[in-house]
Design a protein. Structure first.
Length: 317
């Protein structure tokens, strides 16, 4: 992906109908700095991009919250960097994107602001949410470089609405029970996910149509895919409802507790301050789970479903 071209299109789309002269004046420039940024002649810092979003009334803060769940002010790039990256991902930045350790240290110490293109690379290469970010800004129509990726993402997201078990189905292809087969055997994936045989056939058909899986050496393999449902509420909702229903079915069928099937709940009274801290711990808990999974280099032999919800029972739905 041509990040530099995406950056130019993002800048022009954020500015919208406001003139370069207007934005320059608001930023305090007596010359056409905006043109230099939009043409790619010079890089624009993240801090200056934040300022342009404010001037042009593009809700960057809301976009970062919606896509990444980042709840600090966008101008605090040090916190944003820390929020998006952990130690393992910093190494990925060096190998995948080419950011030097020296440059990374400067960012994490708050000594220099990353450029807008730096963050776009991070969103694309590490978080895999660049298209979600552009959509959340409300400027996707003005970023033609991402139109093909957005169309493919839309087809893939529709899978989650039609077949909400599709994420687990794709992970089942990684399990040792499927990996040890010499060739694909109908019914194995259905058994591993706990679905009907006809659902397996439909899932394989839809995944091939969406270019998410392919046949290699007689078996299906999942192509590299980083599809996040946070940017699509309808897909998130249908998937959440499906797994909550499956979870409820297991609870209803239980005759005794099991170490393999953990169910627990807490009901408590808290202050607003404590509730905020609980949410922060919950988000950190999810981040810790992802870290464990990403660093599990053994061949997986089981699927795991984690359902967690925090809500106030008095709130109207």
């Amino acid at each position: 992906m041509d990040i530099q071209q995406v950056k130019k299109e993002v800048l022009r789309s954020v500015r919208g109908k406001k003139s370069q002269t207007y934005v320059n004046r608001k930023l305090g420039f007596s010359y056409n700095q905006v043109s230099r940024w939009e043409s790619g002649l010079i890089e624009i810092s993240w801090i200056d991009f934040v300022k342009i979003c404010v001037i042009c009334r593009c809700n960057l803060e809301q976009a970062l919250t919606e896509v990444f769940n980042f709840r600090e002010h966008p101008s605090d790039y040090k916190k944003l960097i820390e929020f998006l990256l952990d130690e393992m991902k910093r190494k990925d930045l060096e190998s995948q994107v080419g950011f030097s350790p020296y440059r990374l240290r400067k960012w994490f110490r708050g000594q220099v602001s990353p450029d807008l293109s730096d963050f776009l690379k991070i969103f694309d290469s590490i978080s895999h949410l660049l298209t979600d970010f552009v959509e959340a800004l409300g400027i996707s129509e003005g970023v033609p470089s991402l139109h093909a990726a957005l169309a493919l993402k839309a087809r893939q997201l529709s899978l989650h609405r039609e077949l909400p078990f599709i994420g687990a189905f794709m992970h089942a292809m990684e399990l040792s029970d499927y990996a040890k087969l010499s060739r694909h055997k109908a019914g194995v994936l259905a058994r591993l996910v706990g679905i009907q045989a006809d659902q397996e056939g439909l899932a394989l058909q839809r995944l091939q149509e969406a270019r998410v899986i392919e046949m290699k050496k007689g078996k299906f393999v999942s192509l590299p895919l980083h599809l996040d449902l946070r940017g699509d509420f309808a897909s998130f909702k249908s998937t959440r409802q499906y797994w909550l229903k499956r979870s409820l079915e297991r609870v209803q069928a239980m005759t005794k507790s099991s170490k393999e099937n953990l169910f627990g709940y807490l009901v408590f009274a808290t202050s607003k301050t404590a509730q905020k801290e609980i949410v922060e711990k919950y988000l950190q808990f999810l981040a810790d789970i992802r870290f464990i999974v990403e660093n599990d280099h053994q061949t997986p032999d089981r699927l795991q479903v984690l359902n967690v919800q925090i809500f106030d029972p008095r709130e109207e739905i």
